[in-house]
Ligand binder design. Structure first.
Ligand SMILES: O=C(O)CCC(=O)C(=O)O
Ligand SMILES: [Fe+2]
Length: 143
């Protein structure tokens, strides 16, 4: 079980062999059955960010102050068959990520200290916290 560390993942899953499961709000894993002709998009740890359209489909990622959620997922082997999935990871920009000013106010105080994707990736790796728990280490003292 893990979350993806980056912003967002686009998955072309095997159209014949399932196995991907995502965790719902109750903590139960629900299967994502293969859906031919579709791509699956899930949000990673950096997707506690807001994606703000810049132009022509290019997106700028900034912290959403915790308003979007990363998704825990896993792949179960349910079929003694070869399974092919192609994942494209949109990781994170090199710059320091800050929340949009309009997402921070008295009712929504800043949740995370500013960080870069690379620093967060190193933190996640060194702590071996692969299911989004490392985000808690970035919480501001007041959150
Ligand atoms: O193979 C899949 O369906 C998911 C792969 C995945 O979760 C990952 O590469 O991070
Ligand atoms: Fe994943």
């Amino acid at each position: 079980m893990h979350t993806d560390s980056g912003f967002l993942t686009i998955l072309q899953d095997d159209e014949g062999v399932g196995g991907l499961e995502v965790m719902n709000k109750s903590g139960d894993f629900v299967p994502v059955d293969p859906w031919p002709g579709t791509l699956l998009v899930n949000l990673g740890d950096m997707a506690t960010v807001r994606l703000k359209p810049l132009f022509l489909g290019i997106f700028l990622g900034v912290w959403s102050n915790g308003r979007f959620c990363n998704v825990k997922h896993r792949v179960q082997c349910k079929d003694a068959n070869t399974r092919v999935s192609i994942a494209s990871f949109l990781l994170g920009p090199e710059e320091i990520l800050e929340p949009l000013p309009e997402l921070v106010d008295d009712d929504h105080p800043r949740v995370f200290v500013p960080t870069t994707y690379e620093d967060y990736r190193k933190l996640r790796f060194s702590t071996k916290l692969h299911a989004g728990e490392a985000l808690a280490l970035l919480h501001t003292p007041s959150s």
